[in-house]
Write a protein of this length. Structure first.
Length: 93
């Protein structure tokens, strides 16, 4: 599966906001990612899973208003570092 730069950057920005307490868990639960509506659940999750077994994302796709939401995000510092490394190495198309 090829990596999507925009999706990786979105994930990283979300992680950074959450880790710096600028994005509460409640806000995270209602964060819409409609700009990636063409991205399958499998691909979305794989962007986390390939980084490290210390990363996890529980993801929920709801039909309500055709919105896609991140329900819960958990990523260790190691995982975020790995993601930054992937972006800086341009290991995606």
């Amino acid at each position: 599966m090829e990596l999507n730069r925009e999706l990786l950057i979105f994930i990283l920005q979300t992680i950074n906001l959450h880790q710096s307490n600028q994005l509460s868990l409640e806000q995270l639960k209602t964060l819409t990612v409609n700009q990636f509506s063409n991205v399958s659940e499998e691909l979305f999750i794989s962007h986390f899973n390939h980084l490290s077994d210390k990363c996890y994302l529980t993801y929920h796709n709801t039909l309500e208003g055709n919105d896609r939401y991140i329900y819960d995000l958990g990523l260790t510092f190691y995982g975020a570092t790995a993601l930054r490394q992937h972006i800086s190495n341009r290991q995606f198309k």
